[in-house]
Write a protein that binds this ligand. Structure first.
Ligand SMILES: C[S@@+](CC[C@H](N)C(=O)[O-])C[C@H]1O[C@@H](n2cnc3c(N)ncnc32)[C@H](O)[C@@H]1O
Length: 243
């Protein structure tokens, strides 16, 4: 051992550092596997980590969820976060078989998305399914009334959802790209872009662990190198709340 230590000290500094790093072996435990611990993003274990983050964002922006609200696929977030402020919810989906859909529309098609219809539009984890996010984003903004708000959540990191066709799953979004997208499509609008996630939550989310399985401090830390989800608020000028 002493002889080995002597040999190590004779090595160049960078090589010694490299060897020390290699000796810090990971303890994989049951994470050394080919399939995630949950096949449903963690819904079967608790609250999926991306949902924990995007719901935090929706809670912060809840005052914008009011009046006539559009939401893609269902009405969960409009009713949970809008409460009494919501007059009516329209459920938008490209899927004509969605029994909750009141508007069957492709967000990519300007002729299908109603113009000037909503005080608030919630588009959660959907933009990745549009071939040209800038086109879909422009159509979403067109669907707002003056002073209306678009609340958007897009995945930075996520497995493909088996409920959707792989060929429809086009994008993952990075915070800098989202900022560029927003300034390209809505240069005049008031906007806020927030990225959530860190190395621990990114790994946990890929394995489908639920937020309840992590500590509060692990969820709270935000590290821009490892975003899990990017959330966006875009508010149009004008209207009663617009200014
Ligand atoms: C993964 S779900 C996410 C939406 C849901 N709000 C949620 O939070 O889980 C995706 C939904 O978007 C719909 N969708 C996919 N592409 C779409 C498009 N281009 N226009 C409108 N809806 C679309 C799908 O049919 C599906 O109901």
């Amino acid at each position: 051992m002493i002889a080995l230590r002597g040999q190590l000290t004779r090595l160049p500094r960078h090589r010694r550092q490299q060897l020390r790093r290699i000796r810090r072996r990971p303890r994989w435990g049951n994470l050394r596997r080919r399939t995630p611990l949950s096949a449903t993003f963690g819904f079967d274990r608790g609250k999926p980590i991306d949902r924990f983050y995007l719901e935090r964002f929706l809670a912060e922006e809840a005052s914008a969820i009011r009046g006539v609200v559009g939401e893609v696929a269902g009405s969960l977030y409009a009713t949970s976060f809008g409460g009494d402020r919501v007059v009516r919810v329209e459920v938008i989906d490209i899927d004509p078989h969605n029994p909750h859909a009141t508007i069957v529309a492709d967000l990519s098609d300007a002729d299908e998305v109603p113009a000037g219809a909503f005080d608030c539009l919630l588009v959660v984890q959907t933009l990745q399914y549009t071939p040209s996010p800038e086109v879909a984003l422009a159509n979403c903004l067109r669907s707002l009334r003056p002073g209306g708000t678009l609340l958007l959540a897009v995945p930075a990191l996520a497995a493909h959802d088996d409920k959707e066709r792989p060929e429809d799953d086009h994008w993952r979004f990075w915070p800098g790209g989202v900022v560029s997208l927003v300034s390209q499509v809505a240069p005049q609008a008031d906007s806020r872009v927030v990225a959530y996630g860190n190395l621990t939550t990114a790994i946990a989310f890929l394995h489908g662990l639920a937020a309840e399985e992590l500590r509060d401090d692990e969820l709270a830390r935000q590290d821009q190198r490892f975003p899990v989800v990017v959330c966006v608020r875009i508010t149009l000028p004008g209207g009663a709340s617009g200014g």
